[in-house]
Design a protein around this ligand. Structure first.
Ligand code: PEP
Ligand code: CO
Length: 473
């Protein structure tokens, strides 16, 4: 079978046919797959996947191609990528509050960044499908009892009971409907008036409004409102301009659960019409691979290489230039701008040492990748009370190092990848609220890793805005 991909620069599909590497949605089965759950009942898994294959795609190919064009702008330094959301979404938080708060804080961050950088910000949620988690250990032991690890709501339950922790294929169907429900709300928020620039004062939650970040945001919002009044006087109103009235908001998640991804792989019409329709991962606009599942000969790379979506790969501190070039060759052999996002997650203090050789190798090979900084996953620590947390200062330091490395190499610091929520949680230490270890347990609601809360997220956006502004000057 041919692998079709789309050459966006020429706006015409090219066939990167390679008989030796025939790809199809199930070709990953002949490669070693890590991190997949062991289901007791294979027939139940097959039946759930058969049902998923009957469901409509969650996204449309044209949206995916639009995201690729925007990411190509990011790679060229003409736009900035903001990717953020929960570490793990939960089936228990489906009333819409969590998604709406994430959407709001991302709009606020994007506004701050757009204003500073004077470039568009591509808004990409870790949302509407972020239900599968890789784990370092297969089992967890508490009080002498050993059970399978929690692997995200798409696999099993977080509660420490044998029933909760047993992988259940029916959860694949719940993940699909939860994703569809969340995506429906996000589309309504993005296009139904809530994201209208004239609503920018309404995007702040009460707990953030009172903080120094909230005040700073209100000042900026005031200045933008004035500019909007001026534009309205000139005839540029929301009624006249979709750009003022709505936003593009895209979805992404880790492509970990390959049975789920395979069952949601669809051919969708090609651009231009008449060309062979490419395969899309239809569960989200963008998919990425985690640090634990990016082995070159592995099943996850095999699946991702064949879909036309933009794809990301996490790059940890042990990756070598050879590894990164091989990953790029596997996932983006045609070197298409907007196809590949390299998401570094090395840890504060480490990144300044480890990233320069990787950036130099990619630059010298002329690869048009997006570099994004995940300052979360290399900075996870355990508090004095035994709670998983992250220091706001370390997060900021890793981001600063990321910008400095790219400035020195003459490459583009393209984006941020953040675990965040707009809600008033107490999961990461520090920031303007000066959250201490003692307060972490107050409102720690993450199903997995600690997230920045609304106030910390906005504070980070202002810091990054300064870095982007300095770059402009
Ligand atoms: C994550 O993004 O939640 C994650 C597990 O990241 P990584 O693969 O970088 O460890
Ligand atoms: Co995480």
């Amino acid at each position: 079978m041919l692998r079709e991909s789309v050459d966006l620069s020429a706006n015409a599909p090219v066939n990167t046919a390679d008989a030796a590497s025939a790809w199809h949605p199930a070709s990953w089965h002949s490669h070693p797959a890590r991190q997949l759950p062991a289901y007791a009942d294979a027939a139940a898994l097959q039946s759930a996947c058969a049902q998923l294959r009957q469901f409509p795609p969650l996204i449309f190919g044209g949206e995916v191609l639009a995201l690729r064009r925007q990411l190509a702008e990011v790679a060229a330094g003409r736009a900035f990528l903001l990717q953020g959301g929960d570490c793990a979404e939960s089936f228990d938080a489906l009333d819409g509050d969590a998604a709406r708060e994430t959407f709001k804080v991302m709009l606020q961050m994007a506004l701050v960044l757009t204003y500073a950088a004077a470039r568009p910000v591509v808004k990409l949620g870790r949302i509407a499908g972020q239900y599968a988690k890789p784990r370092s250990a297969d089992t967890e032991t508490q009080g002498g009892v050993t059970l399978p690890s929690y692997r995200g709501d798409i696999v099993n339950g977080a509660g420490f009971t044998p029933a909760e922790r047993a992988p259940d294929p029916q959860r694949l169907l719940r993940a699909y409907s939860a994703s569809a429900a969340t995506l429906n709300l996000l589309r309504a928020l993005a296009h139904g008036g809530f994201a209208d620039l004239h609503q920018l004062h309404r995007w702040t939650t009460d707990f953030v409004r009172a903080s120094p970040q909230g005040k700073r945001y209100e000042e900026l919002a005031g200045r933008i409102s004035q500019a909007l009044d001026f534009m309205a006087a000139c005839g540029f109103t929301s009624d006249a301009m979709a750009q003022l009235r709505e936003v593009d908001f895209y979805t992404s998640h880790e492509a970990l659960h390959l049975h789920y991804e395979e069952a949601l792989t669809r051919r969708m019409e090609a651009v231009p019409a008449g060309a062979a329709a490419p395969w899309y991962g239809a569960s989200a606009h963008m998919l990425w691979l985690g640090e634990r599942t990016r082995q070159l000969d592995g099943a996850h790379i095999e699946y991702l290489r064949g879909i036309a979506n933009p794809v990301g790969v996490k790059i940890g501190p042990n990756a070598t230039p050879t590894d990164v070039l091989a990953l790029a060759q596997a996932l983006d052999p045609a070197r298409e701008p907007g196809r590949l996002v390299l998401i570094t997650r090395m840890g504060a203090g480490q990144l300044a040492q480890k990233l320069p050789p990787l950036v130099a190798a990619v630059r010298d090979a002329g690869l048009p990748v997006v570099w994004a900084c995940d300052p979360m996953h290399g900075n996870t620590v355990t508090s004095g009370q035994g709670i998983k947390t992250r220091d706001f200062n370390n997060i900021v330091q890793e981001v600063r190092e990321f910008f400095a490395v790219h400035a020195a190499a003459g490459t583009v610091a393209g984006g941020l990848h953040i675990e965040l929520t707009g809600q008033d949680v107490t999961e990461c230490r520090g920031g303007g609220q000066n959250l201490t270890d003692e307060r972490l347990a107050e409102r720690y609601t993450s199903a997995c890793d600690p997230r920045l809360n609304g106030s910390q997220s906005l504070e980070l956006a202002f810091l990054v805005a300064e870095l982007l502004n300095a770059q402009r000057r």
